[in-house]
Design a protein around this ligand. Structure first.
Ligand code: ARG
Length: 447
């Protein structure tokens, strides 16, 4: 493939995301480190791109290293209890100074319209304001957290109005109380509460690590909220920011936000890679959706075709054209993941002989080896039992092993039901596999 082919392919594959993201709200949270490290310039280019594609952006920034630097300049050690800062009057003044300075710096970087750069011709308008109402944490287990607060309310109406006006909303880790006090908040709490209040499409955390890591230190690409919660409860140590952000991700997914992403802040373009490719780069935490296995209908025909076409081209499956598929659609079941068809299978009963043919079992390559094939097979066996089918057979040229591992026995052609023998395609030379299905609930399946 030439460079331009792969570019064209890549751009086409991004189109569904471009369409899906238009007019949607993304809340993007990042620590003060991103600005301190000089990484924000690269990020502004990507934010600019998102803006130009019609994404409504809310940015929430932290100010931890900048606050720390100010405290240490005054010879004061920061005080944390269970990871939460105790904000006394001096610490509060450092937080305010740090957040204000950062806010101006971020605005300046977002205003950059340098000729001959990605930013040329852009004009981003930034809005900030008193969108976050806070209350004090108070005294917990004998510790008075003083000016450290929690979010009490997010002015979603006010933020939406700014977004409607095509402005980017920038929120500091601060909130105000109705009595005019200022409270120190965490970036993750402000971002999560804001994403929930806005019903944002995405909440995105820029993290120090590549994402949530498994015990081998590899990035976990996808987690449901339930899986994330189980991971947190398992007590396996996670890097500090994951430990802060992952519970927020679960909270957001359980509320109004369908997808939360944890992606590295160290890779230039990570945001774009996460958003515009199917596999992303970091960890995506999703609502607890379950795969749905159901009977197929005519609307599923295009989805089934695109699933089986590559397998037909490979010779793994027998060719079925659209018309044939439409005529036989009642025989098919589909497995969907978030509304997308990722698997299918068909069962053709031969009523008289108590036999049935399993055909066209296919799983999208991205979802293989995760037990979905087994789920489809189980489903077909259940269906067969209900229909009084006792002998399930299939013809396969290449995938016999998989079926053999699941109780199918390779058999001679004359073992096929008579009607099927007559149609046997001697050119294809498929192997015949037969499984006798018993009445009991689940036939034994090898792991
Ligand atoms: N680009 C898609 C999205 O933004 C999918 C991202 C998948 N990311 C992942 N880490 N698995 O929704």
């Amino acid at each position: 493939m030439t460079r331009s082919d792969s570019f064209v392919n890549w751009f086409r594959s991004a189109a569904p995301y471009i369409n899906a993201f238009r007019d949607r709200t993304f809340v993007i949270a990042f620590g003060g480190e991103v600005v301190a490290d000089g990484k924000f310039i690269a990020l502004t280019h990507d934010l600019n791109l998102l803006e130009s594609l019609g994404v409504r952006l809310v940015l929430v920034h932290g100010a931890r290293p900048q606050t720390e630097a100010r405290l240490s300049a005054r010879g004061v050690k920061p005080r944390y209890v269970n990871g939460t800062r105790v904000t006394d009057a001096l610490a509060l003044s450092c937080v305010i100074e740090a957040a204000a300075t950062l806010g101006f710096e971020i605005e300046a970087l977002l205003s950059m319209g340098v000729a001959n750069s990605h930013m040329a011709g852009s004009d981003i308008r930034v809005a900030s304001g008193n969108f976050v109402t806070a209350r004090p944490i108070g005294v917990v287990d004998g510790v008075d957290f003083q000016h450290t607060g929690l979010v009490r309310k997010i002015d979603a109406v006010g933020i939406r109005r700014r977004l409607d006006d095509e402005e980017i909303v920038l929120l500091p880790p601060l909130g105000y109380s109705p009595t005019g006090e200022i409270f120190n908040l965490t970036v993750e709490e402000v971002a999560t509460a804001t994403a929930i209040a806005l019903g944002a499409e995405k909440l995105i955390f820029l993290t120090d690590t590549p994402g949530v890591l498994n015990s081998q230190g590899q990035t976990i690409s996808e987690l449901t909220a339930q899986e994330a919660e189980t991971l947190l409860k398992s007590g396996k140590p996670q890097p500090e920011d994951v430990a802060f952000y992952l519970p927020c991700a679960v909270r957001a997914c359980r509320s109004t936000v369908p997808r939360v992403h944890l992606i590295t802040r160290h890779v230039d373009g990570a945001l774009i890679q996460e958003l515009f490719t199917r596999e992303g780069i970091g960890t995506m935490v999703m609502r607890d959706t379950h795969d749905v296995l159901r009977s197929a209908n005519l609307e599923d025909v295009p989805g089934i075709l695109s699933l089986i076409e590559p397998l037909e081209a490979d010779g793994v499956l027998v060719k079925r054209n659209r018309v044939l598929l439409e005529g036989e659609i009642d025989r098919f079941s589909v497995l969907t993941h978030e509304g997308r068809i990722i698997g299918c299978v068909a069962l053709y009963p031969l009523a008289d002989e108590g036999a049935g043919e399993l055909a066209c079992l296919a799983i999208n390559p991205d979802f293989r080896n995760l037990g979905r094939g087994d789920a489809l097979l189980r489903h077909v066996e259940q269906q067969a039992r209900k229909m009084g089918i006792r002998r399930l057979f299939l013809l396969s040229t290449r995938t016999g092993q998989w079926f053999a591992e699941r109780g199918f026995v390779e058999s001679a052609i004359d073992q096929l039901p008579q009607a099927k023998q007559e149609l046997y395609n001697y050119q294809r030379r498929s192997k015949v596999f037969i499984k006798h299905i018993s009445d009991n609930i689940a036939a034994k399946v090898k792991p």
